[in-house]
Design a protein around this ligand. Structure first.
Ligand SMILES: Nc1ncnc2c1ncn2[C@@H]1O[C@H](COP(=O)(O)OP(=O)(O)O)[C@@H](O)[C@H]1O
Ligand SMILES: [Mg+2]
Length: 370
């Protein structure tokens, strides 16, 4: 097995810069997820590592070997795509054995490896079927199995669960994690789904517009996002991002005052009348009690989710210089406010994020805070 290292990788297609200056190193045996919105350059990076595309600039290493000029088949990586790309005329067993046959592994060893992989993926009862006789989930397992059976140095997965229905996706996601625990193959997994990124990875690389936004553990990115893009991308429902003005002592949103985080004045220096982006996650917002400081919000849509109720509300504008701002609030499941109703909402000041209005860089919480 081997780690994967990218140094200043840039990939251009004509005038399109798909990926720009990407640097990271996946240690041997770890499971890393590349996440970001559609079109941010995830597949381009994976294809470059696999050798399906040669990189415009930068250095690519698998283990200690620089592989920029090495053809795909000599890189010892296995890639699984969203569309399973199985050989339709071959049985499941033949599909699983394909890579081993190419490497001229003897028949008896081939059979025992195929059987082991088929058992671990729970497809051993399907070995004699053709792909056309399988469900989508079963086909995807065969595609994974075919890649695992080769025992590659590196496993590259590009949105492998996107074609599965929600239930099957959850199950297969858990199985992928188990497979990694069992075989320990260095894995790079691409997804636009933040839940997959959070649940599967040792570390997440968040990309946007071809550039790395942040690299860290899922918890790092969730609790200490480097900027507004990372903050708004991870978490479901997404973080509320509100425009607020600092008056020298506290924040105001559309003319309504907000409680201040206790450590904020020491941590960030803001000028009076500075406009900032405030972030607050829907789960850190609740109904206010009594006369505690609260924001008045007009309910627009109520979405019962079973375990909780999601309220989508509006912080109204109080004059022409303001715009109404949306606020999503997660409430207890029995809460059923009525659209049009006004609610008094408490925003937990200890969970506020503060972003620079222009650049989006996180101002608060600072990188290190005890
Ligand atoms: N072969 C190509 N030729 C031209 N542009 C491409 C090619 N492949 C990808 N791109 C462009 O590069 C950007 C990143 O694409 P891609 O890596 O597929 O994004 P993602 O997988 O994150 O959705 C997009 O703007 C896409 O249109
Ligand atoms: Mg893609």
């Amino acid at each position: 097995m081997a780690g994967v290292r990218l140094e200043q990788i840039t990939q251009r297609f004509g005038t399109t810069v798909a990926v720009q200056g990407v640097t990271f190193a996946v240690p041997d045996g770890e499971f890393w997820v590349l996440v970001g919105p559609s079109g941010c350059g995830k597949s381009t990076l994976l294809r470059a590592i696999a050798g399906l595309e040669s990189v415009t600039e930068g250095d690519l290493y698998i283990g200690d070997r620089r592989v920029n000029d090495l053809p795909a088949r000599q890189r010892d990586v296995a890639m699984v795509f969203q569309n399973y790309a199985l050989y339709p005329h071959m049985t499941v067993a033949q599909n699983l054995a394909f890579g081993l046959r190419m490497r001229q592994v003897p028949a008896t060893e081939r059979e025992s490896q195929v059987l082991q992989v088929a058992r671990s993926l729970d497809i051993d009862h399907l070995l004699n079927r053709k792909p056309g006789q399988l469900s989508g989930g079963q086909q995807q397992r065969v595609a994974l199995g075919r890649a695992i059976a080769r025992r590659p140095q590196v496993f590259l997965l590009d949105e492998p669960l996107s074609n599965l229905d929600a239930q099957l996706r959850d199950g297969t996601r858990a199985e992928l994690k188990q497979l990694h625990q069992k075989f320990g193959i260095t894995t790079l997994y691409v997804t636009h789904d933040q839940v997959e990124a959070m649940t599967l990875s040792d570390r997440v690389v968040m990309l946007d517009q071809g550039q790395v936004q942040q690299i860290g553990t899922p918890q790092d990115l969730y609790s200490r996002p480097a900027n507004r893009r990372v903050a708004a991308f991870l978490g479901s429902p997404p973080m509320n991002v509100l425009t607020a003005i600092f008056d020298g002592t506290g924040f105001w949103i559309n003319g309504q005052p907000l409680a201040m985080p206790a450590h904020l004045p020491q941590a960030v220096s803001l000028s009076s009348n500075q406009v900032v982006s405030l972030g607050i996650r829907p789960e850190q917002v609740s109904l206010a009690f009594g006369d505690e400081m609260a924001l008045t919000v007009t309910v627009q849509v109520v979405e019962p989710l079973g375990r909780e109720t999601l309220i989508r509300g509006i912080i109204p504008a109080q004059n022409d210089s303001q715009s109404p701002q949306s606020l999503a609030v997660l409430m207890l499941p029995h809460s059923r406010p009525i659209p049009g109703e006004s609610l008094r909402i408490r925003i937990d000041p200890n969970h506020l994020f503060l972003f620079d209005l222009g650049s989006g860089t996180t101002l608060y919480p600072p990188e290190k805070m005890d």
